[in-house]
Design a protein around this ligand. Structure first.
Ligand code: ZN
Length: 345
């Protein structure tokens, strides 16, 4: 099969495109003929070696999200049949730990991620445990775009916090995969959305997406603008998905008294760890939640919103699998709005 993989860590140019053996299908696995894969920030972290402790061997195929058709199922697989259209659920889980038993596979004690611990979706075929596919009626591009990013945004805004009508929420990284979903979900729930971008074309697109107030962070003081917009009070919620966490110390200054922060990305290196002013934190009675992906039930709920047309994946571009280096360059340089999709057919 054709695949995009790495044999060493580094920039976009370390990604190779070529022939690799078809994956093995164990008794609990499902082999999927991949039609589309999406590019995630996490793929970039794997590529640069941010997850060396999880990657087991080279060549390693990148890619978390995928959609396609089931080509073969292992002898123990009962929940899915050959020929079905499926999309991925990115969290590999054991179904037996205390978290899995309470429907929180994303906190599994033996958690692994497709495209990190095992070969990923930048390929014509992928073999994953049967718990990592979900039947879908969405189109291939739509389905590939609506996985880890959608799951993360939906779980964060509806399970970790309960976003309500009229709340003011600041969303960092509004132009990204998670951000474009988070903005739409927050609007759907009746919140007032504020975000920031560094380029005028992104500011325009963020307004088109329904954002109420967009700050150009290269030209304006973000905290000052947020305070002006909120009448000096600050936001009910700040959604911080920027990795490394260079925005956290700003976020804490934009939360209103008694407000909430939700944090979903702080980088992977020691040097990415930053400090925040705890004095502001306790004096303003702030609650901070960490969040990571979401459960399979969350993904099913969120994809129903896509099916019903209530939100839509924002697709920056669809590129051929062999253009994967260019796709990662766009990812690294932030020259994208929403999701980049790789056509693997
Ligand atoms: Zn588990």
């Amino acid at each position: 099969m054709k695949a995009a993989f790495i044999n060493k860590y580094g920039g976009p140019d370390v990604i190779e495109y070529g022939e690799l053996p078809d994956p093995k299908v164990n008794s609990n696995d499902v082999l999927v003929r991949v039609k589309a894969a999406s590019v995630n920030e996490l793929d970039g972290v794997v590529r640069i070696g941010g997850y060396k402790q999880f990657v087991k061997k080279f060549p390693h195929i990148l890619g978390i999200d995928f959609s396609g058709v089931v080509e073969k199922v292992g002898s123990n697989v009962k929940n899915i049949s050959e020929g079905e259209r499926v999309m991925g659920y990115p969290i590999i889980h054991d179904n037996s730990c205390e978290f899995c038993k309470s429907g929180m596979e994303h906190l599994c004690l033996s958690l692994a991620i497709v495209g990190r611990e095992i070969d990923g979706s930048y390929a014509q075929l992928i073999s994953v445990p049967s718990g990592n596919v979900i039947q879908t009626n969405l189109g291939y591009v739509q389905a590939a775009a609506s996985q880890l990013s959608l799951l993360t945004a939906w779980h964060a805004l509806t399970k970790r916090v309960q976003l309500k009508q009229g709340m003011k929420v600041f969303i960092w990284g509004g132009s990204g995969g998670v951000g474009t979903f988070a903005i739409q979900i927050a609007k759907l729930l009746g919140a007032e959305v504020i975000t920031a971008a560094g380029e005028d074309w992104k500011v325009s697109k963020l307004k088109e997406l329904g954002t109420d107030f967009v700050i150009n962070y290269k030209e304006q003081d973000v905290v000052g603008e947020v305070m002006k917009y909120t009448g000096g009070k600050g936001c009910d919620l700040v959604f911080d998905s920027i990795a490394p966490g260079g925005t956290l110390s700003t976020s804490v200054r934009m939360v209103k008294k008694g407000g909430t922060m939700i944090v979903l990305g702080t980088g992977v290196k020691e040097s990415d760890l930053i400090s925040i002013n705890l004095r502001i934190f306790y004096v303003n009675y702030i609650t901070m939640h960490g969040t990571l992906a979401g459960s399979k039930k969350d993904l099913l709920e969120a994809t129903r919103l896509i099916r019903d047309g209530k939100i839509k994946p924002v697709v920056d571009s669809v590129m051929k699998l062999e253009e994967v280096r260019e796709a990662h360059r766009k990812l690294d340089e932030g020259k994208k709005f929403g999701k980049i999709i790789l056509d693997t057919s």
